[in-house]
Design a protein around this ligand. Structure first.
Ligand code: ING
Length: 308
């Protein structure tokens, strides 16, 4: 047994002008709940410090757009979260918008261990949505305008007694995300998300958002013998209904804990990291059963090339 007690700290809506100080208060409240329940790590969602600002078009030099990015982590506003987590001896995952000193912008997440040390930084690989303002949409999804695609790919890090991985939101829909980490022995993947219920390019998908959300994370967990912790910023945020349904998913693909509200809610589970080997050493013994020589297209080809 290698038990790790995890808290998935789902957030409800963050208002457009909600201050970081107010948000940090909400994060610390969830951290305290985690401490009461013996959590060793608490997982906050993607872009957990601000409203999901890609729902609006901003001119490129907009001060408001810039205000949603962190130029340092921790900053004066976020330092209280780091301090309290360290005092409580709880690690955490936090998603935020990163503006680097040399001007690059990423949708980023970090992992901090129980001693308060930064152990991991991940920058989102799969950036969904569109690049230009599309005013006919009920709301925008301009992540491709505001964030660069990371070229760093998917890593794993030894922490919390196991092998940890990070992905962000749209990454969870791509099987390659899980497999690249699976090939590095990942045992738990943290995935924060902001997912509008309405998908403008194909509204037929709208009623399937909750199904697709769990489908992809359960598949990714099972097919790679890893835990997956999916954490939402949900509820109706600035008029946009966003999916909640945060969940803790076992290497079997089973959901062992699930949020039942669309607000700030901590769900906890004791995750035995040794459960992973029941899949990694049998059905999904990659070294024994995989056939990468037959999968060449996956690594070499971007789009579809149908037969003549
Ligand atoms: N959000 C969405 C996601 O992949 C999206 C984008 C919304 C895709 C609705 C499909 C349907 O969950 C982010 N932030 O990636």
């Amino acid at each position: 047994m290698r038990p790790l007690t995890v808290g998935a700290a789902q957030l409800g809506p963050i208002a457009r002008y909600e201050t970081r100080a107010k948000v940090v208060e909400r994060l610390i409240a969830l951290l305290h709940q985690g401490a009461e329940r013996g959590c060793e790590v608490v997982v906050f969602p993607e872009l957990a410090l601000t409203t999901f600002f890609p729902r609006w078009y901003f001119p490129d030099d907009s001060p408001e757009l810039l205000s949603y990015f962190e130029t340092e982590m921790p900053s004066a506003q976020t330092q209280p979260l780091f301090d309290e987590a360290k005092r409580l001896g709880i690690g955490f995952h936090l998603g935020y918008a990163e503006l680097t000193p040399d001007g690059h912008r990423y949708n980023t997440a970090i992992l901090v261990d129980r001693s308060g040390s930064l152990v991991a930084k991940y920058r989102k690989v799969h950036i969904p949505g569109h690049e230009e303002h599309e005013p006919q949409r009920p709301f925008q999804h301009l992540e491709r305008r505001y964030f660069e695609e990371s070229t760093e790919g998917f890593s794993v890090w030894r922490a919390f007694g196991g092998v940890m991985g990070i992905a962000l939101c749209n990454d969870r829909r791509w099987p390659e995300t899980y497999r690249v980490m699976g090939l590095q022995g990942v045992e738990m993947i943290f995935i924060g998300y902001n997912t509008p219920l309405h998908y403008a390019p194909d509204p037929v998908q709208d009623p399937l958002q909750a199904f697709h959300n769990h489908l992809v994370m359960q598949a990714g967990a099972y097919q790679n013998g890893t835990w997956v912790i999916g954490v939402a910023k949900g509820g109706t945020e600035e008029g946009v209904e966003s999916l909640a349904h945060s969940a803790v998913i076992a290497p079997s693909g089973q959901i062992v804990a699930q949020a039942v509200t669309d607000g700030d809610e901590l769900i906890t589970a004791q995750c035995d990291l040794d459960w992973c080997s029941q899949y990694k050493d049998t059905l999904f013994d990659f070294g024994r059963y995989r056939r990468p020589e037959t999968y060449q297209l996956i690594g070499q080809q971007k789009g579809v090339i149908p037969p003549p």
